[in-house]
Design a protein around this ligand. Structure first.
Ligand code: FAD
Length: 243
């Protein structure tokens, strides 16, 4: 279970992309004229159609630079394992809840809000990833083992903190599935890159879920660009978001 919240996003992000793109060929000042005027030489009838046509042209041509102008900031809560993956993306600015300063003793080892429970521990007929070997433990057995192990780790962590050990040392006993809060800011080019790379079927399950939640935010705030993306995904991805 990945929790994601949008903190902020550039207002009228699609319009900003279009204004910046038109700036390259526009004789006037794109900030001075209304959007209709700025878009006047783009084919189509309604302003929505003109916006759609321009965005589609940009995306199909791989003109991704203009998508670097708008940006968004998100909050999410994921495992430290997922954190290690998402923070590999170098164009994102992160802040991560500190295990040196925050006391994690109140975590509930049985709650998916605090600990990541992988899908494979719930799916009845899942196969092990490294071959066709079926998982031989039942769902209940797997769940019990994980709860017991997490509980033991947290208990040991709590004992060490109570005994006066600094949290930065006691944290070494916290499992990699421990959830942390993250704030992340990225431009839309990077957001497309992450959604494309981490939302792919071969990406690890938790980060796929995170990518899907970012895509949902984009679906809501960039409806035209995301419609184009969904309808032309193969052609667009051929343009390589990150050549
Ligand atoms: C399925 C999968 C499995 C993975 N497995 C592993 C693994 O086992 N071990 C591991 O360490 N990592 C692994 N990774 C992480 C991967 O290697 C990248 O570090 C991570 O996905 C960041 O993406 P990115 O390389 O596109 O870079 P980003 O930082 O997101 O940058 C976006 C783009 O900017 C450009 N760019 C950024 N920085 C540079 C630079 N310095 N030089 C040139 N171009 C640059 C590139 O075009 C890049 O694609 C895996 C990723 C995936 C999706």
């Amino acid at each position: 279970m990945v929790e994601t919240r949008l903190l902020s996003i550039t207002p009228d992000a699609e319009e900003l992309v279009c204004r910046c793109a038109r700036n390259d060929y526009y004789p006037g000042k794109v900030w001075e004229d209304d959007f209709e005027t700025v878009m006047e030489s783009v084919d189509g009838t309604s302003i929505q159609k003109k916006k759609h046509n321009l965005l589609k042209k940009l995306m199909l041509r791989g003109h991704w630079g203009v998508f670097e102008h708008p940006s968004m900031s998100l909050w999410f809560r994921v495992s430290r394992a997922c954190m290690a993956q998402i923070t590999r993306h170098r164009h994102v600015s992160f802040d991560i809840q500190s295990m040196r300063y925050v006391n994690f003793s109140k975590l509930d080892p049985t709650s998916e809000e605090d600990i990541h429970y992988p899908r494979t521990w719930d799916a009845e007929k899942v196969k092990a990833r490294e071959g066709t070997r079926a998982i031989t433990m039942s769902v209940d057995e797997r769940r019990a083992l994980i709860e017991e192990t997490y509980s033991q780790c947290l208990e040991a962590y709590n004992d060490l903190v109570e005994a006066g050990m600094p949290k930065e040392d006691a944290r070494m006993l916290l499992p990699i599935g421990t959830k942390v809060n993250i704030t992340a800011s990225m431009n839309l080019r990077t957001a497309f890159h992450i959604v494309s790379m981490r939302g792919a079927g071969d990406a690890q399950a938790e980060i796929q879920e995170l990518a899907d939640s970012i895509r949902e935010v984009m679906d809501e705030h960039l409806p035209t660009a995301m419609k184009i993306w969904n309808e032309n995904k193969t052609a667009i991805e051929r343009q390589r978001l990150s050549p």
